[in-house]
Design a protein around this ligand. Structure first.
Ligand code: PML
Ligand code: MG
Length: 256
């Protein structure tokens, strides 16, 4: 589903479901588009497509939530953690600029050292699509997120997306700030450590947000984009859930 108002992005969502659940899912997506805090769309696109190849099955990333006191602490944590993952100061700075100034529908694909944007269309960016979760894994995930007090669609869908992105060739990490003006928790993720929830990443009220995927300097962008946009991937098992942790704990896991 993709919803917009005068070509401004309002809402987008993806799922892989069995045929009998198509109507229910489409209805849920339409309701979401019509009730979005970014505004009322004038156009909602629904695309329903049969999978032409069986999905790859992967595990969701391990989940951490960082204990933080302020917006400034959130960004200090992110800068340190990304650098420990091997992402240069320049690339971290450029990613911050993109997230705080551009309003892209997709994510940008940036090399980790020289901060080169390698997606063919930098206005559109890259979209991670063709992703989902099996019913059994979703039921387990619902129970766990309920216990954590965060069983909301936004967290579930972000974890599924980040897990697909982290499983893509050459991806080192991702940073995400919601474009929903009232959703202030974002995340940093990497195949090495997991899905790290970062409260206060965003100051309430801003329409700005976005995603940056950091990739190896010598990556093959075509291959990454083919995987992210075209290869169907489903979560069928779950990584560990670690609860709230101190920033230093996760920074140490990122490397030295
Ligand atoms: C979005 O799709 O708006 C981004 C959601 C980020 C979710 C972070 C979390 O709460 O785990
Ligand atoms: Mg959104």
């Amino acid at each position: 589903m993709r919803a917009e108002e005068a070509e401004r992005h309002i809402s987008g969502a993806e799922a892989i479901v069995p045929e009998e659940d198509i109507l229910e899912k489409a209805e849920a997506f339409i309701k979401r588009a019509l009730n979005h805090s970014r505004g009322r769309p004038d156009t909602i696109h629904i695309t329903i497509e049969e999978l032409k190849q069986p999905p790859l099955y992967i595990s969701s990333l391990p989940v951490y939530t960082i204990k933080l006191q302020s917006h400034a602490d959130a960004w200090n944590f992110i800068r340190k953690a990304l650098q420990r993952l091997g992402i240069s100061v320049d690339a971290v700075q450029k990613a911050e600029e993109i997230i705080h100034t551009e309003q892209m529908r997709g994510a940008s694909l940036m090399t980790a050292i020289n901060a080169r944007r390698v997606e063919p269309d930098t206005r559109r960016g890259v979209r991670a699509t063709r992703l989902g979760i099996t019913k059994e894994a979703e039921e387990r995930l619902n129970r766990i997120l309920d216990e954590m007090g965060v069983n909301i669609t936004v967290v579930k869908e972000a974890l599924i997306l980040a897990s697909k992105v982290a499983s893509a060739p050459s991806v080192i990490g991702e940073i995400c700030v919601s474009d929903d003006p009232y959703y202030t928790t974002g995340y940093l993720s990497s195949p090495k450590v997991g899905y790290i929830r970062v409260p206060m990443i965003k100051e309430e009220g801003s329409l700005k947000g976005g995603r940056v995927f950091f990739v190896d300097e010598d990556c093959n962008p075509k291959e990454i984009i083919e995987y992210l946009e075209r290869t169907p991937v489903m979560i069928n098992r779950l990584g560990e859930f670690h609860g709230e942790v101190e920033p230093e704990h996760v920074i140490a896991l990122c490397g030295c």
